[in-house]
Ligand binder design. Structure first.
Ligand code: NBG
Length: 967
């Protein structure tokens, strides 16, 4: 057993002991003085020398490339072992044993101060709302009339959506309230998932599926003469995220609820989500996405949960309780108000909370100014406060560096930390136990300032010593890194901090001081180490490196795929890894099969359920699908399955055909191979390389005789994705794609065999239509640059094969489904470094004639005016091939040709797709979250008891607590 595995085991054993204690109600608990120290050995002091050395010996720093490859393999194997240990459990279906029209009683909660005079109220709220068709219908129309004030003659699909959503929310609320009560009573360790983005997508279908109410609602709406799909379509996408990072957070809260974890998602409630993209004259135009036009039926504004957040001001020294301390005063204050959305788990009565903060002015407006007649001035501060949560910064994998963005980050962090502390303070437990009950996961560095905020409150408000306070912080926080791109790593000028958050800056210096003392001890006289590891970058102006602050101040740091976590250790955070190897770990990303298979591709979901003995439990235990191909082999039922699969895939493709007609007014044929590349536009993702291949394909078909063309595999290449408004090159790539597509699609020789479509405004709801329709999907980032990628998982789960590089999650997908189930090409991460070195040393002449021909088409404006790409093309040719567009092009072409050949044998192709789908169990976000829960958070599930058929059969939870208070 390796050292790391031993450590994991040890920690697990200790955790078991700790968790047992935590199960007891708060008051009974004996504060376990002995435990905390053991629980999370501060790595710095306690690791024996040999242990610290061992990993380095295995992994000798990056110079020797082949050894790095080995490191990664070791990492991947370790990961596999860990996760294979995860037990699978078959839960019965949610309402199993209950009839649709039976009254179901809610669990009973007894408090020390249960108020007898309220018996009547308790009794009235004893049972869950009924789930039969008529009751559902009544509840929808009641909301339409009594909540929305519509007359029965004005009812349209918009109202029906709202009424339906509100009636579903009622049902969610019961489970939500019960879950929150139950968690309060049990008082387990809680997990707080902080993410500045949550790209939720539409919520109605997801809620119905998780509650197992989709069938009831479908029937209920049928009587109103509407199809439920049309009602789903009425919902605006809450698009409070840019791309993979925000969508990951959304998948993760779904899985946390499904796994019954006592977890909260925390984020910001932006008035404007990611901009709406329209294409005009081939170019991207950005329009504001005011997603709240019709209100938001899901959210609940919590007027009882508000916190003040300060900016600017000064730091003063004061005496409090005879102790000298620092006080941050003055400046401006804004009010953070909580907006909650219920997050139901799949097939469980647990329902968690996503809490998003909205900024309001702390004081309504200045009466002074108002009385003097200066109305505008009076209102200005009001407006300024609300600007904080007006708009999501539309950058994916780049830093915006604006003061307002830092304000958003602090606003979000401060409100969340205050809320966590309020919940904690009701328990009356000693501070040193705080990390035993609370765990905060930072989804990238955006909420880093939260850890400084906690430190500030502990030191300044509660007068803890720095050492104790910092120890609490470090044991509470963990950090997930999502990128190795230098342009995305957050750094903030010391000057901005000094103005906006003066006290936090002092504390960051203090953290850095103590940390650098440790570095000095470990590496005496090594100025280079100090410089690299320091939180402060000694540039002009000085910068605060948020990632360094995170690593120093948290317990675990993880990457999001095996290769990425390997690169964090060997490259990006090499020096930290050398100091604290046990801090670094990997949790490969995952996606929720509820949204991405069941909701997005219902026909496939039904087929999988049919072949899983008629059970849909695979939706929360995705590994169960592995049995399907085995059984098809044994029973010789592949032909039968393949025929049914074709019918299902055809339905998905028809949806996309319709979507394209509606949104692009182009007719496409379902019988074509659908080749899809949808993601944010970025150089490292290499949409441009795909576009070059389209040019090549166009030229090739154009030059064929009609007879030769008959052999061509017919294909539509789809692109979709937004470019950050300030990212000129990315916008130019969109323009190029549209210009080329326009020629291709209007060419009568070529378009019967090949078409190109740019799908505008790619978002979660359109992803649910686009992804299941694909036969091939593009994951072609330069190796080493895509931390994970998650759409690759959704594509494979819905039956399309990857054309991709050895990068991100592609690598692990290939391991799980088999390398012959995807089309790998291109240089691996070590070769990329080598080629970049050669380029730096003057390597040229790497373009080759076929690629040159494609470049010429651009340089000669063959498709129209493409001047805007000329400089870029010239740079590529002239040694600027940083992303290896040219160096990977020929391998890419070969892979494309292989696809064309293999696609001709449809049955063989489909068999591969199905085998791949069924081997994707590892990529369920449930597995990711189980790994976080076990190995990073050390939290246990806290499952709400099932309902009962009679009052007496109800499960009772009692608590010594007098009052539970607000959330
Ligand atoms: C993105 C990566 C993706 C990854 C997601 C989720 C950022 C900073 N990173 O590869 O580019 O899948 O995070 O982990 O947005």
């Amino acid at each position: 057993m390796s050292e790391e595995e031993k450590n994991v085991e040890e920690v697990e054993k200790k955790e078991e002991v700790v968790q047992e204690t935590e199960e007891k109600p708060a008051e009974e608990e004996k504060p376990a003085e002995e435990k905390p120290a053991e629980e999370e050995k501060p790595a710095e002091e306690e690791k024996p020398k040999e242990e610290q050395q061992a990993p380095q010996e295995e992994e000798k720093p990056a110079e020797v490339e082949s050894q790095k490859e080995e490191v990664k393999l070791v990492e991947e194997k370790k990961e596999q072992k860990k996760v294979n240990k995860a037990p699978t459990k078959r839960r019965p279906s949610l309402y199993e044993g209950f009839e649709e029209n039976q009254q179901l009683f809610r669990p009973e909660f007894r408090f020390q101060n249960t108020d007898k005079s309220k018996e009547k109220i308790y009794e009235l709220m004893d049972a869950y709302l009924p789930r039969d068709k008529l009751s559902i219908q009544k509840s929808i129309v009641q909301h339409i009339e009594y909540t929305l004030a519509s007359t029965r003659f004005d009812i349209n699909e918009g109202y029906i959506f709202q009424g339906t959503a509100l009636s579903v929310r009622d049902r969610l609320l019961e489970q939500w309230n019960d879950t929150q009560l139950f968690i309060k009573m049990k008082n387990p360790k809680k997990i707080y998932y902080m993410s500045i983005e949550f790209l939720l997508g539409r919520l109605l279908q997801n809620a119905l599926v998780n509650l197992k109410l989709e069938k009831c609602y479908t029937d209920a709406l049928m009587d109103f003469g509407v199809k439920i799909e049309d009602i789903y379509d009425k919902e605006n996408d809450p698009a409070l995220g840019n791309g993979g990072l925000g969508r990951l957070a959304a998948c993760y809260i779904d899985s946390m609820a499904t796994l019954n974890l006592p977890a909260w998602g925390y984020g910001l409630r932006y008035d404007y989500g990611i901009f709406k993209q329209v294409i005009e004259n081939f170019e991207q135009k950005e329009l504001p996405d005011y997603w709240l036009t019709k209100g938001n039926p899901w959210e609940i504004m919590r007027l009882d949960t508000q916190f003040k957040v300060r900016f600017y001001g000064t730091v003063k020294e004061e005496y409090r309780n005879g102790k000298q301390c620092k006080v941050w005063k003055g400046g401006e204050e804004v009010q953070a108000v909580a907006y909650d959305t219920a997050v139901p788990g799949f097939n469980t009565f647990n329902c968690n909370t996503l809490r998003l903060w909205r900024a309001f002015p702390a004081e309504e407006f200045s009466f002074d100014d108002f009385n003097k007649g200066d109305y505008q001035k009076a209102l200005r501060s009001r407006d300024q406060a609300s600007y904080i949560t007006s708009v999501l910064y539309p950058n994916d994998n780049t830093l915006s560096g604006k003061e307002l963005r830092l304000k958003q980050e602090y606003f979000f962090s401060s409100a969340t930390v205050q809320n966590v502390l309020r919940r904690w303070s009701r328990l009356n437990l000693p501070w040193k136990d705080f990390p035993k009950y609370n765990c905060i996961q930072l989804n990238d560095t955006h909420p880093t300032i939260a850890l400084v905020e906690l430190l500030r409150i502990l030191i300044d408000d509660y007068q803890l010593d720095y050492k104790d306070a910092f120890d609490i912080v470090r044991r509470t926080f963990n950090y997930t890194n999502h990128t190795v791109l230098p342009e995305a790593l957050e750094k903030w000028g010391v000057d901005i901090f000094e103005r906006l958050l003066p006290r936090h800056l002092e504390l960051i210096y203090l953290i850095n001081y103590f940390f650098l003392e440790e570095v000095k001890k470990r590496y005496p006289g090594n100025g280079d180490k100090m410089m690299k590891l320091s939180i402060i970058e000694e540039s002009m102006p000085k910068q605060i490196r948020m990632a360094n602050l995170c690593i120093i101040s948290s317990t675990k740091v993880n990457g999001v795929a095996a290769i990425h976590s390997g690169l964090l250790k060997t490259m990006l955070f090499k020096d930290f890894y050398e100091m604290w190897p046990e801090k670094f770990t990997n949790v490969t990303n995952g996606v929720t099969p509820r949204r991405w298979i069941h909701c997005a591709f219902p026909e496939l979901s039904a087929l999988l359920t049919e072949y899983n003995e008629g059970r849909d439990d695979w939706l929360s235990e995705l590994d169960l699908l592995e049995e399907i191909p085995k059984k098809l082999d044994e029973t010789n039922k592949w032909p039968e399955f393949i025929e049914k699969y074709k019918v299902a895939k055809s339905a998905a493709k028809k949806r996309l055909v319709e979507f394209v007609k509606k949104n692009c007014n182009i007719d496409i044929d379902e019988s074509f191979m659908f080749d899809v590349m949808v993601k944010r536009i970025h150089e490292y993702k290499r949409q441009f390389m795909n576009c070059l291949y389209c040019i090549y394909r166009y030229n090739k078909i154009k030059s064929m005789s009609p007879e030769e063309r008959k052999n061509v595999t017919k294909r539509v290449t789809f692109f979709g994705g937004k470019a950050a408004p300030g990212y000129a090159l990315a916008k130019n790539v969109i323009k190029l794609i549209n210009i080329v597509a326009n020629v291709v699609n209007h060419d009568n020789d070529v378009s019967p065999y090949f078409k190109m479509i740019f799908l505008p405004d790619y978002k979660v709801s359109s992803a649910q239509i686009i992804i299941p329709a694909a036969n091939i999907n593009h994951q072609i980032s330069t190796a080493g640059m895509e931390a994970s990628g998650t759409s690759c998982m959704k594509f494979v789960m819905t039956g399309s094969l990857i054309i991709g590089t050895r990068d991100g999650a592609n690598i692990e997908i290939a391991e799980k489904i088999g390398e012959d189930h995807l089309f790998y090409f291109g240089k691996n991460v070590n070769e990329v470094t080598q080629i970049r070195n050669e380029l730096a040393n003057g390597k040229r002449n790497y373009v080759g004639s076929r690629l040159q021909e494609c470049f010429n088409a651009i340089l000669n404006n063959k498709f129209g005016n493409t001047n805007f790409m000329h400089d870029y093309v010239k740079t590529l040719i002239d040694g600027g091939d940083y992303y290896l567009t040219c160096h990977d092009f020929y391998a890419y072409m070969e892979a494309q040709e292989k696809i064309d050949q293999e696609y001709k044998d449809q049955d063989k192709w489909i068999k591969k797709c199905v085998e791949a789908i069924c081997r994707m169990g590892f990529f369920s976000s449930d597995r990711s979250i189980e790994t976080y829960a076990k190995e990073i958070w050390h939290v246990d599930e806290c499952e709400v008891p099932k309902p009962a058929l009679t009052k007496d059969a109800r499960s009772v939870s009692s608590s010594n607590l007098k009052s539970l208070g607000d959330e």
